[in-house]
Design a protein around this ligand. Sequence first.
Ligand code: CP
Length: 324
Amino acid sequence: MMDQFDAQGRLRHLITLEGLTRNQMLSLLDRAETFLRGPGELPAASLALQGRSVANLFFEPSTRTRASFELAAKRLGAHVLSLDISTSSRAKGESLLDTIYTLEAMQCDIFVVRDAQSGVPDYIAEHVEDHVHVLNAGESHVSHPTQGLLDVMTMRRHKGDTAGLVVTIVGDIRHSRVARSAAQALGTLGVGELRLVAPASLLPMPDEFPGATIMSDADEGVADADVIMALRIQKERMAETDVPNREEYFHRFGLDARRLARARADAIVMHPGPMNRSVEIAPDVADGQQSVIREQVTNGVAVRMAVMEAVSASPAEDPRLLTE
Ligand code: CP
């Protein structure tokens, strides 16, 4: 895999959370905090990316990640291009690399990439010029690093240090890049217990989540948890015949008020979106007092601002990102 750090140990690309030190992660989270604003205030803005050109290349659908990267880049003063892949020359057979080289020739210097195939962000990072940055915006079932950061940011804002928390992720763990990146972030920052709850067909492969407790009973999984994250079933990554029955799934694994009552009274409810209401989460729980789902979205813009600023800052401007 391509080294996502430069010779000085500075973050150059963000492909995975694996390999980020605790200090590097905390530095990004602390910086993201400074980009948050209160209700009714204007969003944070800076000129950190002035003159830069950011290309959003989403080869899979997205609402939150694509919109938040675009807003984050604009709020940092960048020019932003969100390429419509379906009407791009990719549809005429142009290769991925020729698309990248074409945009590089137009002086795009940050590529935000989502792809259904694993390895694509890394592959692009290996082929771009030295001054260009690649940010992974969701890679198959493998990695979604900015989602992992915004998820731990949301936990920390509500619960403080994650080190003693019981975090339960319930849903389609097997196909979830969100679960993998959250587990990596929690592995670095610390967690009391990470529980992964799913039907047998949606559990991860053995040893994929070292240290996590694997469970198949959602009532047990949720009991006394501090944080519960519900995940949707990723139908796009499985055969139609493997998709569980909606009603049965909701009964066994859906997060409804009865099941949530088994968690700690101050537990928070998270979901990366998009939600399938009444499949993995009940509408009254999704919109309820314990839900922080919309805060996750808000934090996503702040995290993406912090990441784009970090990769494009010179070490002299941000020595916090030097390795320990
Ligand atoms: N959480 C997430 O990745 O959402 P989108 O697919 O809408 O970007």
